[in-house]
Design a protein around this ligand. Structure first.
Ligand code: ATP
Ligand code: MG
Length: 564
């Protein structure tokens, strides 16, 4: 660690201090504690990379603990998806654990609290309880049930457990201090009646523990040295410590809660509740819709585990809330794919070009470099013939000097092929161009070494041979929201900011034949367009490509430099 001379983040500094003041290194243990009520998102990735990263740095175990204390919202589907995503990110947990495994222990400790006169059953309504809670500037008042005897409390708690009470009628509260300046310390609820079936414990329990009670005590059971959570739990730390005080045995390690700022990302929402709304209201195709900020959505979109880990590392961890620009995430995937993704040609919005001086039946196999950024990437064969498709946007009958693509009476280079010149167009009754008639310079073949092959023309455009091209579906994804912070508007629902153009489907795009055997998940660069991958909907009969991220840099300039 210190050999690497990496500067320590504030959590690592805390750990280093603990090690320096007597904590044995082999006592270090971390956990990642997702609630299985949704899929993991890029914010969770921050917490995963942080906790598992600490595990790697200190060679310490990291538990995966499902925080499953709220049966109404939790499902096995989510458990499975969470495990898949963490593994995909490349991390290994030590033990797979569930808060629900501790329900009996948590219950026994609740009895202990009652016996110590530190907890009581309150049978007021939640409204009455809230009323007595006070405000941050005014003390609360004691519940009339606060001084019940131990025996009364034990009997009532037993009934809660047995299902004798209705939901909302009784709660178990910790007896702390209704005058505390920390509202959370004003006799917080530890158990509530919930007659829900749990995804693991079925109908065994009619009461379920609250987060604060379950979380700290689970950390203690697992002997987690540093329980890292997000900033909104800062005020909970006092309660976390109070709960530990009630059961802590100095023979054991005492877990420590520390907080860091949530990872927020621009142009998206990150709460699972809101993501679930998008799924349930069919605004996206599912949790793994490529526009979702979920790990599974990003994976389907073409993001790699490495790009997400690199992003997390660069964004870093912070003590204060902040918003990271989504462009940083896009930068990381572009940067990686630039080095790894093979270049191919695809025409998304085709117009036909006929090269009138190219022999009718002739076909040629041209050699194209797979990746100029990777000398080991090799090359491939691309078929050329008299009729090709180019992008409609790459041709204009007339254009100013800044238009470096094809225009009438001017030349352009076809990528990996010849220089062509546009001579005339054919239009349909609506005035739409249906054919562009060109001639080619036979001596200008790329890489042939001839004088003409070195001839400089202003632009290079991509193309596919009509005879050889394969038809495919291309899904152009864009940001899901038009607003930088869609859920920050008080008077507007975040869904009002959904980008109506976040998905454009092209059913009939034409791709070069080398892509015929593409497999789901393969990544590639459609030259001059962007980075793409093969979607999970893809079949050998109907290939489907997703745009991961467009190429926004001036491809044409770089391309000319690299040419020949
Ligand atoms: P959400 O608000 O999205 O539902 P959550 O906090 O309820 O998130 P959990 O499943 O409880 O989701 O989170 C598991 C762990 O991931 C927790 O330790 C939590 O603090 C952390 N986490 C969740 N969201 C973020 C985020 N945006 N940035 C960093 N860590 C996060
Ligand atoms: Mg949570």
């Amino acid at each position: 660690m210190s050999e690497e001379k990496k500067s320590l983040n504030f959590l690592e500094q805390i750990i280093e201090e603990d090690l320096a003041t007597g904590l044995a290194k082999n006592k270090l243990r971390f956990r990642f504690p997702p609630e299985p009520n949704g899929y993991l998102h890029i914010g969770h990735a921050a917490s995963i990379c942080l906790n598992f990263g600490l595990g790697e740095t200190y060679n310490a175990p990291v538990n995966l603990r499902f925080d499953d204390t709220n049966p109404a919202k939790e499902e096995q589907e989510y458990v499975d998806a969470i495990k898949k995503d963490i593994q995909w990110l490349g991390f290994k947990w030590d033990k797979e654990l569930y808060s629900s495994d501790y329900f009996q222990q948590l219950y026994d400790w609740a009895i202990l609290l009652i016996n110590k006169e530190k907890a009581y059953v309150d049978n007021q309504s939640s409204a009455q309880i809230a009323e007595q809670k006070g405000t941050p500037t005014e003390s609360g008042s004691n519940s009339p049930f606060r001084n019940q005897t131990i025996e009364e409390n034990l009997a009532l708690f037993e009934k809660m457990k047995n299902g004798d009470f209705e939901e909302g009628s009784h709660v178990l509260r910790a007896k702390i201090d209704m005058k505390s300046t920390n509202m959370l310390m004003r006799d917080p609820i530890i158990y509530r009646v919930l007659k829900e079936s749990h995804h693991r414990t079925g109908n065994d329990w009619n009461i379920y523990p609250m987060y604060d009670w379950a979380h700290g005590e689970s950390d203690y059971i697992e002997q987690i040295s540093h329980s890292i959570c997000t900033l909104e739990f800062k005020h909970h730390r006092e309660l976390y410590d109070w709960f530990l005080d009630q059961i802590y045995d100095p023979k054991n390690l005492r877990p420590k809660q520390r907080e860091f700022a949530r990872r927020n990302l621009s142009y998206t929402v990150m709460s699972k509740r809101k993501l679930l709304q998008l799924v349930e209201e069919n605004m996206v195709s599912g949790w793994d819709d490529p526009r979702m900020p979920t790990i599974s959505g990003l994976r389907r979109r073409g993001y790699t585990a490495k790009s997400i880990r690199n992003f997390s590392e660069t964004a870093g961890i912070s003590k204060r809330d902040n918003v990271v620009d989504i462009a940083l995430l896009e930068f990381h995937i572009k940067n990686e794919l630039n080095k790894t993704a093979p270049r191919v040609m695809a025409v998304l919005n085709p117009v036909k070009v006929i090269i009138t001086n190219y022999p009718e039946r002739k076909e040629e196999i041209l050699i194209a470099e797979n990746n100029p950024e990777d000398e080991n990437a090799g090359s491939r064969e691309v078929s050329f013939s008299r009729e090709i498709y180019i992008e409609k946007e790459d041709f204009r009958e007339q254009a100013n000097k800044k238009f470096f693509r094809l225009k009438l009476d001017k030349e352009v280079r076809l990528k990996n092929a010849y220089i062509i010149k546009a001579n005339s167009v054919v239009k349909d009754n609506n005035g739409e161009i249906t054919e562009i008639h060109c001639t080619y310079d036979e001596d200008s073949k790329s890489g042939s070494g001839s004088e003409a092959s070195k001839r400089k023309v202003k632009g290079t455009i991509h193309w596919v041979s009509i005879k050889h091209a394969i038809q495919a579906e291309v899904r152009l994804y864009d940001r899901l929201f038009t607003d930088e912070a869609p859920d920050s508007h008080k008077d507007k629902d975040f869904k009002e900011f959904i980008n109506p153009d976040s998905l454009k489907i092209i059913k009939k795009a034409f791709i070069e034949p080398s892509l015929k055997s593409s497999k789901i998940g393969d990544t590639m660069q459609f030259q001059r367009i962007g980075y793409f991958n093969v979607d999970t909907d893809s079949t050998s009969e109907n290939l489907v490509f997703n745009r991961t991220v467009p190429l926004r840099d001036s491809w044409a300039k770089k391309e000319q430099k690299n040419h020949n």
